[in-house]
Ligand binder design. Structure first.
Ligand SMILES: O=C(O)CCC(=O)C(=O)O
Length: 287
């Protein structure tokens, strides 16, 4: 659509265009079975605060399956301060277990991401994270900080931390800094940690936040480990943190839903990003 057709003479967006956009967005919410007004209220909170807590998204059965299938891989402490010397992480999760798949393409998450990013956005990271007793607070960061583009700016991605144990103020609940997604470039040493808020929530819930929001895992001052999973997504023109087309075998990718295949990278930002032999890479899984 040309600029002229898009706007009125005075530069405001034409009413028909706005109506068309609204209809498309409502259709996206409906396609995921999500109440449109609920979705709007979540998005308003995310735009305002940079994050929102999504209560009770997954069942106890799903949590139990993740916990038992993740267990054999949660053997090693982190190698860096960022990973956490008393934190255990699983990378390349899909290659090891499909138990986290229900959180990757959860309908509410897809509905939120549909509104924030371009079509065929990607999964950038999936990890299971166990913060062990005695772990100190993780260095603060924002998840799209490794893209060298100055702030303030639109987020290049968004993330969820899924509580697989109850998250409490003293067991390592993720700390978030409300409204920090609006900041310009700030050295992490200048951040006032006392202003951070623990994402306290029952197991099965998740905190959803923009890639520009400052956060980090809290210290675990209890005697029990804190289990979580994180799903992180990025724009379809940005490089994923995990190189999924190498990390996950095609055989394994074929066992995932169409949506997860697309999120892994078997998809394109039309017309020129992500193609294989000039065509949609999804063909590789269908051959
Ligand atoms: O485990 C958490 O609560 C946060 C983890 C995190 O932000 C990360 O590792 O990037």
């Amino acid at each position: 659509m040309s600029q002229r057709a898009y706007t009125n003479e005075d530069g405001t967006v034409r009413a028909e265009v706005l109506a068309e956009q609204e209809a498309t967005l409502a259709a996206s919410a409906r396609a995921h079975g999500v109440d449109e007004h609920y979705l709007e209220s979540l998005l308003a909170t995310v735009q305002e605060d940079g994050y929102v807590i999504l209560p009770n998204l997954i069942s106890k059965e799903t949590i139990d399956t993740i916990r038992s299938e993740a267990e054999p891989f949660l053997q090693y402490d982190g190698r860096t301060e960022f990973e956490g010397y008393r934190t255990r992480r699983i990378y390349s999760v899909i290659e090891k277990t499909l138990s986290c798949n229900p959180i990757i393409d959860h309908p509410l998450v897809m509905a939120l991401l549909d509104r924030l990013f371009m079509a065929n956005y990607l999964l950038s990271q999936l990890q299971v994270i166990r913060v062990m007793p005695g772990e100190i607070r993780q260095p603060l960061h924002h998840d799209d900080g490794f893209y060298p583009i100055p702030r303030p700016r639109k987020p290049i991605g968004a993330a969820l931390i899924w509580a697989l144990d109850d998250f409490t103020a003293d067991n390592g609940a993720t700390l978030v800094y409300p409204k920090s997604h609006l900041w310009g470039d700030v050295p992490s040493g200048e951040i006032d940690v006392d202003q951070m808020v623990p994402a306290v929530m029952p197991a099965g819930s998740a905190v959803f936040f923009l890639g520009t929001l400052w956060h980090g895992a809290g210290a675990n001052q209890t005697q029990r480990p804190r289990l979580a999973a994180t799903t992180q997504y990025c724009e379809p023109w940005a490089r994923q943190q995990e190189n999924y087309c190498l990390a996950i075998s095609r055989e394994r990718a074929r066992q995932c839903s169409d949506k997860i295949q697309s999120l892994l990278g078997y998809s394109m930002l039309f017309p020129f990003i992500g193609f294989v032999d000039g065509r949609d890479p999804m063909r590789l899984l269908r051959e």
